[in-house]
Design a protein around this ligand. Structure first.
Ligand SMILES: Nc1ncnc2c1ncn2[C@@H]1O[C@H](COP(=O)(O)OP(=O)(O)OP(=O)(O)O)[C@@H](O)[C@H]1O
Ligand SMILES: [Mg+2]
Length: 358
């Protein structure tokens, strides 16, 4: 099956430095794909290979099966929106949004209609005659999106477009943007190093590290079935527990941790006695209530070190042997937090496990 966008074995070097190291990524039409990874891992560089602002030393970039290598940006139909909105300061909202259409000498009534559609879609009605400096950051960002989308291209590239906005506005604009993307069915590549943004907006996440893609998957895959500790740790809060393999089982593995034998729903390529790590998300365990524990529970003995009360949730740091666990209690007691010795119940159905690297 042909994909809408394909990166095939891309290598990009800056002198001796390898910024992209044989990167391959297939993107179906209409998908919202996020490149997620720490600063300097190559996200922007990969995006630039598609937009045509940079050419790879090796590998191919394809759109609808056609090789794009060597084509200038304007022949690729891939508008790019950056963190800096790059609106024209001396033009009004109307003039900014309609810029591309006017350049193409599209008739005025068509331009007006399209601009109106965009103003409506991005909730900018009534701001047509404002200049960028007369608007909030969120409004300017919306104008930048509208300007990118009005040309009706099939691909939208967004490089950290929300990072200039404050936290609350970012959450608002991201859900708005996702809804518009789905409505238009526009294939979108989005760059961020914000895991919440990636999880909440994407159909597919590609987690990058040092010029390589570590994992490609749905937000659920990435969060619950990370392929290594880097991905597990980068996407969400995690505790790792050292355990040993006991035996393979139907649909999973029997592992031994702290004198208990647990079934984890993960097939591992590890011989009996081999070292593994249990991957425990905060929501995979809870502090046992009075009388809740029975002998079939997988459990740990711990002592509460400290906690953060966050309103809807209390985040506890619980010491278990030499480990410190983060546990979120989303049903806090009205009178205060728990203290002292506690037992933790593991939800083994949600446990993940990884073969230890090297
Ligand atoms: N024109 C260039 N010349 C030399 N090195 C470069 C150039 N562009 C990027 N790099 C290097 O390539 C690596 C990847 O850069 P890139 O901009 O793709 O990172 P990024 O993942 O987008 O990071 P950030 O989240 O900070 O934007 C970095 O180490 C960067 O210093
Ligand atoms: Mg970047």
């Amino acid at each position: 099956m042909g994909y809408f966008i394909e990166f095939r074995n891309i290598v990009k070097r800056f002198d001796d430095f390898v910024a992209l190291d044989h990167v391959s990524l297939n993107i179906p039409k209409g998908a919202f794909v996020t490149l997620l990874g720490p600063s300097g891992c190559g996200k922007t560089t990969l995006m630039r290979q598609l937009a045509g602002f940079s050419e790879p030393e090796e590998g191919d970039v394809l759109i609808e099966g056609k090789r794009m290598n060597g084509l200038p940006p304007f022949k690729r139909n891939t508008p790019l929106v950056f963190q800096e909105y790059a609106l024209f300061p001396h033009m009004t909202v109307y003039e900014n949004i309609s810029y591309g259409l006017r350049l193409k000498k599209v008739p005025k009534d068509v331009v007006d209609r399209k601009v109106n559609d965009m103003l409506e879609m991005f909730n900018l009605q009534g701001l047509e005659t404002r200049f960028p400096k007369q608007m909030s950051g969120g409004q300017q960002q919306r104008v930048a999106f509208a300007r990118a989308l009005i040309m009706g291209q099939e691909i939208l590239l967004l490089d950290e477009p929300l990072s200039n906005l404050d936290a609350k506005l970012r959450v608002e604009v991201r859900s708005e943007l996702r809804q518009i993307q789905q409505k238009l069915g526009i294939t979108t590549i989005y760059v961020t190093h914000d895991q919440d943004e990636a999880l909440s907006m994407s159909d597919i996440i590609a987690v990058m590290r040092r010029g390589k893609i570590e994992q490609i998957g749905s937000p659920w895959d990435i969060y619950f079935h990370p392929v290594n500790k880097f991905v597990a740790d980068f996407v969400g809060t995690v505790n790792f527990l050292p355990a040993t393999m006991v035996a393979a089982e139907e649909g999973g593995s029997l592992v031994s941790y702290a004198g208990q034998t647990l079934h984890v729903p993960v097939v591992l390529d590890v011989p009996a006695g081999g070292c593994i790590s249990l991957v425990v998300r905060p929501e995979c365990m809870h502090i046992a209530r009075e009388g809740e524990i029975s002998e079939h529970h997988a459990r740990l003995d711990g002592v509460i070190d400290h906690y953060n009360f966050l309103g809807r949730v209390i985040r506890y740091w619980v010491r278990v042997g030499e480990h410190s666990f983060i546990i979120d209690d989303s049903n806090p007691d009205l009178t205060g937090a728990r203290t002292g010795a506690v037992q933790l119940i593991l939800d083994t159905a949600k446990l993940h496990a990884l073969k230890d690297e090297d």
